[in-house]
Design a protein around this ligand. Structure first.
Ligand code: AMP
Ligand code: ZN
Length: 133
């Protein structure tokens, strides 16, 4: 995909701080980290978002996330870790090449990932359950 910065990074055309690489993925440090160790899992083939990501890569991405999360947690002694994946501008996506954020969390250090809980209405519940019936 021409002019996709994450395609270029994932395929090594643009240098990055690479933590891990295999045939399908590159894992890099985020240039604007939310916390120490904030990393991004990038597939080497272009998919704009989760809707476009092939099932096989989706499955591999989660296994890889587990591996990287373990190494970050053991090495940085973080107290927890968020895995975030944004799809669409309205959801906060700014680079339109699928990626997963791994964000180590440290006790006492605030990272703004929270939302205000709403209430689940009966109408919404029935509508959504109906999608999967
Ligand atoms: P998102 O908002 O989910 O699309 O996340 C995009 C992420 O990519 C942000 O956390 C940026 O800090 C990060 N980012 C953008 N450009 C680069 C780059 N060249 N190298 C590393 N991280 C980047
Ligand atoms: Zn791309």
């Amino acid at each position: 995909m021409e002019n996709c910065i994450f395609c270029k990074i994932a395929n090594g055309e643009i240098p990055s701080a690479t933590l891990y690489e295999d045939d399908d993925f590159r894992v890099i440090l985020d240039l604007g980290p939310a916390s120490k160790g904030h990393s991004l899992i990038l597939p080497k083939s272009h998919a704009a978002n989760i809707y476009e990501l092939p099932d096989e890569l989706a499955a591999k991405a989660m296994v890889l996330a587990k591996k990287i999360a373990g190494t970050l947690t053991d090495g940085l002694h973080c107290d927890g870790l968020n895995i975030i994946q944004n799809n669409g501008e309205v959801a906060g996506q700014t680079v339109f090449h699928f990626h997963m954020h791994l964000i180590p969390r440290y006790a006492g250090q605030k990272v703004g990932l929270t939302w205000t809980p709403g209430t689940l209405s009966e109408e919404d519940k029935q509508e959504i359950l109906g999608l999967f019936a």
